[in-house]
Write a protein that binds this ligand. Structure first.
Ligand SMILES: Cc1cc2nc3c(=O)[nH]c(=O)nc-3n(C[C@H](O)[C@H](O)[C@H](O)COP(=O)(O)OP(=O)(O)OC[C@H]3O[C@@H](n4cnc5c(N)ncnc54)[C@H](O)[C@@H]3O)c2cc1C
Length: 562
């Protein structure tokens, strides 16, 4: 039995144009160019061309007949898409090589062109017109799958639970569609839990591909169950391994891979880094209306993968082993990734509030990102944003669209000098934003979820306790360098020193072995670079992180030829 999955949102006037972008019909000339890189073949009705849940290795262009994408399920197959002559299969898994979400099969007898994934990637790098058609279609198709909830993952959890938010963020930021079953609101949940032999105490529970049941899983367990990293050969000696897929790491991956380097990016959670947690970045060149951090990240990740870079997610680098090239980067499960050059782009993490019971409310009322998902949780309520810098300002303005009131709790005497003028104006003009200068949070209370927040005015000593259930902390960042131990020269705040910032004594301690001085972004070890927010003295901005990503690649080429 085949059922039709929920259709995409109701058509608007531009829907036809959008559908043409998502499911374009190729011209005869475009098909001829693809045919030169693939093979024509006949297909039989019902023939499975690509099973669901296996790494995507081929794309099909329909020449005659009809090909469909279906999601097999216990209750029958659900039709995801039906493709007529001139149309082609595939979405972003074609770029990443990850497991396909739908089964591709022939709906009738016909003819297709079958193109291998590597051949397709080579073709779209060389053919500008096909590049635009395929990249746009792949990205839009994934957006459509997410919007329609077409996926192989079900999350059973509660919107008030820390673990559930963590898992939803991991899937969302990795662009993986999932269905959420809210145990607080959904009827028939008991039956569902019983079917998978899990109890309410096991939540959040993640059901992958209908059979793998994970109880409160780590990012790595989810990545493993969904085969996110299955096609990555961990023994291969790469030209370049990049640690971190924030803007800096992704930029280095795009420039490195597009210039012919064999690149692997290792990311402990999901692409995007801090920028990925921004609701809207308005000062990045080329986006006059601003761009959501998630969108910027997913576009950059697709761009890097299009050029052949590989992206390993859900597992962090835990150590840079001593010794020289090839370097060995140890990852979570103890494996060592060999690399001829290394770029460290591990960025920074939010500073945490110094409050004893903070951990109890992280994800259950205390958040480090203000995006759509978090905004939904506090619609119509009062919220607190802690901090007076750019990220706090952005969060306050964004949350004020849906929250009843936004209290900005600022320890200094007002908004930071470094905050962009446009944000200061919006905050000052917004009737729902209240600023509390010289103030800090002193206690959090609640049972399971945050219920009350107290803050103190440090000038008057006055204490204020409010029934507020949501606190967004945006109070600056500390470098993610704990995993490096003492193997590189760091400044007194823990950021990595590079190039001219490295003093003779730093190089002596590190036993710098070369006659030449370190390159601009090179650390105290030759061939190991640091870029973006993790680098001592860097400007903490998306544009500078991206710029450093491109500059570092020029130096990587030099050291690979030394
Ligand atoms: C909410 C918010 C809003 C912002 N808005 C703006 C803005 O509007 N304009 C602007 O210019 N800047 C903005 N910024 C600053 C900007 O996002 C950062 O400067 C930029 O993201 C730095 O990029 P990065 O790649 O150096 O580091 P990060 O973005 O910090 O990325 C580092 C990545 O490395 C990963 N990682 C860390 N350790 C490891 C490890 N051991 N192994 C593997 N992976 C690891 C992390 O998970 C992360 O994904 C904002 C920041 C925030 C938090």
């Amino acid at each position: 039995m085949t059922t039709q999955l929920a259709p995409a949102p109701a058509p608007a006037s531009d829907t036809t144009a959008r559908r043409d972008h998502i499911y374009p019909t190729l011209t005869a000339a475009q098909i001829a160019r693809l045919a030169a890189h693939g093979r024509r073949r006949r297909v039989e009705p019902g023939e499975v061309l690509m099973p669901a849940g296996e790494p995507v290795t081929r794309l099909f262009v329909v020449l005659e007949g009809r090909v469909e994408g279906v999601r097999p399920s216990a209750t029958g197959d659900a039709l995801v898409v039906s493709l007529d002559p001139g149309m082609f299969t595939g979405e972003v898994t074609m770029l990443s090589g990850r497991h396909g979400l739908a089964q591709i099969r022939a709906a009738s007898a016909g003819e297709v062109i079958e193109v291998g994934r590597d051949d397709l990637l080579a073709l779209i790098q060389a053919d500008g017109e096909l590049n635009e058609i395929f990249m746009r279609a792949f990205i839009l198709r994934r957006v459509e799958l997410i919007n329609r909830g077409v996926g192989d993952v079900v999350v059973l959890g509660s919107t008030h639970c820390q673990g559930t938010l963590r898992i939803r963020e991991f899937l969302t930021r990795n662009g993986h569609p999932y269905t959420m079953v809210d145990l607080d609101n959904d009827a028939g949940v008991e039956e569902l839990l019983g079917r998978f032999q899990v109890s309410a105490a096991d939540v959040p529970v993640v059901i992958c591909r209908g059979d793998v049941v994970l109880r409160n899983p780590s990012p790595q367990q989810i990545a493993d169950a969904l085969g996110f990293n299955d096609t990555i050969d961990q023994t291969q000696v790469r030209d370049l391994v990049i640690v971190g897929a924030g803007p800096a790491g992704l930029a280095a991956a795009v420039y490195g891979a597009s210039e012919g380097l064999d690149v692997l990016v290792v990311e402990s959670t999901a692409p995007g880094g801090q920028a990925g947690s921004s609701s809207r970045i308005e000062n990045y060149l080329g986006f006059p209306a601003g761009i959501g951090g998630l969108e910027l990240a997913s576009r950059a990740a697709s761009q890097a993968q299009k050029f052949g870079a590989q992206l390993m997610v859900g597992t962090g680098v835990s150590r840079l082993a001593r010794g020289h090239t090839p370097y060995a980067l140890e990852i979570g499960d103890g494996h060592r990734l060999p690399a001829r050059a290394v770029i460290i782009a591990s960025g920074a993490e939010y500073r945490r509030l110094q409050i004893d019971n903070l951990a109890q409310f992280e994800g259950a009322g205390v958040y480090y990102a203000a995006m759509f998902m978090e905004a939904q949780l506090c619609t119509g309520e009062e919220v607190v944003v802690v901090g007076g810098g750019n990220s706090a300002g952005q969060a306050a303005v964004f949350l004020a669209q849906s929250a009843r009131r936004v209290h900005m709790v600022i320890r200094s005497d007002g908004l930071a000098d470094t905050m962009s003028r446009y944000l200061i104006r919006r905050i000052e003009d917004h009737p729902a934003i209240v600023r509390h200068a010289h103030t800090e949070i002193v206690s959090l209370e609640g049972n399971g979820h945050l219920e009350r927040v107290s803050w103190r005015d440090n000038q008057t000593g006055r204490l204020d306790k409010q029934a507020i259930r949501h606190v967004f902390t945006m109070t600056g960042a500390v470098p993610s360098t704990h995993w490096l131990g003492s193997c590189l020269a760091l400044d007194d705040k823990g950021f990595i020193k590079t190039g001219p910032d490295l003093l003779p004594e730093d190089l002596a301690t590190a036993r710098w072995p070369l006659a030449r001085a370190p390159h601009l972004l090179e650390t105290s070890r030759p061939g190991v670079f640091a870029i973006g927010d993790v680098r001592s003295g860097s400007l903490k901005r998306v544009a500078s992180a991206v710029g450093e990503g491109s500059i570092a690649i020029a130096a990587v080429h030099q050291v690979l030829h030394e």
